[in-house]
Write a protein that binds this ligand. Structure first.
Ligand SMILES: [Zn+2]
Length: 337
């Protein structure tokens, strides 16, 4: 026990030393403008997209978009949610799919929203978005790239990621995807960044939780992304008991009743404090004519929240879902076993 405690404390010191986060201040979240006190991030969308390019890692090239065009296209939609009371937005587009920290910094300044970006690689869709290096590198080597982004900023921009985003196929984990999970675990233990993983069904979710446990990472450092794709909702209970965050991130106009039903079940079980709700909406797509986003970011504010209020959810429940939970889930802290 003593040794574990020592490791835990020294890892906290290491994190605060490398991140410039103060040990004395409370928990913090890393935005594209630097660290912010977690309690100040306010109403949050915990999984959205501003720019996505599906061309694949082989042909990936940021010259495919003009940052000015993207700002012009997306800014009105961000201002719209700011006016609806949103304060922070987690941008879930990973590297090789259109992650552009300088774009996010411009949009944060112009919209007044906190925007948070990520580090990590995306393995789903049969590795189409993985760089060549991901196939040959070890988990340790991959984690060095990601830890470096957290310590030094992304590609010379000085902008630092606020979470780890990986992704796996919706089946039993391949060796390659196990390597991504291991790299994420190592990165978490060095940075305190939360691990989010595009996952879907429960089988790969539990395989990841098992792996993290073996690697010494507590379940509370893990966000099960796209958990709504698991039809057996009782699978959430087990993951929650292991500490994991359940991200139900596909809210749209057509499925509000389904989300409300799941949330009612979670509330009855007393599990509302480990649920993240978002829309996976947006986005600007290079090479496509711009006619507005496929989905804007307003359904939660204009439709879901009003519907929750007439379905037995009080103000505290709503604050829990859209403020307290994202604050806690994404606060930078090593959560080891
Ligand atoms: Zn997404």
């Amino acid at each position: 026990m003593k040794r574990r405690k020592f490791i835990y404390q020294s890892s906290l010191i290491a994190v605060s030393a490398i991140s410039g986060l103060s040990m004395r201040s409370g928990p913090q979240i890393m935005t594209v403008n630097g660290p912010v006190d977690s309690e100040k991030i306010g109403v949050t969308l915990s999984h959205e997209h501003i720019l996505v390019d599906f061309i694949g890692a082989a042909q990936y090239n940021p010259v495919r978009w003009d940052r000015k065009d993207v700002v012009e296209a997306i800014l009105p939609y961000l201002i719209e949610i700011k006016q609806l009371g949103c304060k922070s937005l987690f941008e879930f587009t990973p590297e090789f799919l259109g992650r552009d920290p300088l774009l996010l910094k411009d949009l944060s300044r112009l919209s007044g929203l906190n925007i948070i970006t990520n580090t990590g690689y995306y393995g789903a869709v049969d590795n189409k978005y993985l760089p060549q290096s991901a196939f040959s590198a070890s988990a340790q080597e991959l984690s060095e790239v990601w830890v470096h982004e957290f310590k030094q900023g992304i590609k010379g921009t000085g902008i630092r990621p606020g979470f780890i985003k990986i992704s796996v196929n919706p089946e039993s984990l391949s060796d390659l995807h196990r390597k991504l999970v291991e790299a994420a675990a190592i990165t978490h233990l060095h940075t305190g960044l939360t691990i989010t993983s595009h996952t879907g069904p429960s089988r790969p979710a539990f395989e990841q939780l098992d792996m993290l446990q073996k690697l010494g990472v507590h379940g509370s450092a893990f966000v099960w992304v796209h958990a709504q794709n698991e039809k057996d909702k009782t699978a959430y209970f087990n993951a929650i008991q292991r500490g994991a965050w359940i991200s139900l991130d596909g809210v749209e106009e057509s499925n509000l009743d389904e989300y409300i039903e799941i949330l009612q079940l979670m509330k009855e079980r007393g599990f509302l404090d480990q649920i993240l709700i978002s829309q996976d909406a947006g986005w600007y797509e290079p090479g496509k004519p711009w006619n507005g986003p496929v989905r804007d970011y307003t359904v939660i504010f204009k439709q879901l929240i009003p519907k929750l209020k007439v379905s037995g959810f009080n103000q505290q429940d709503i604050k829990q879902l859209f403020e307290n939970n994202p604050q806690k889930a994404f606060s930078i802290k090593v959560r080891n076993l």
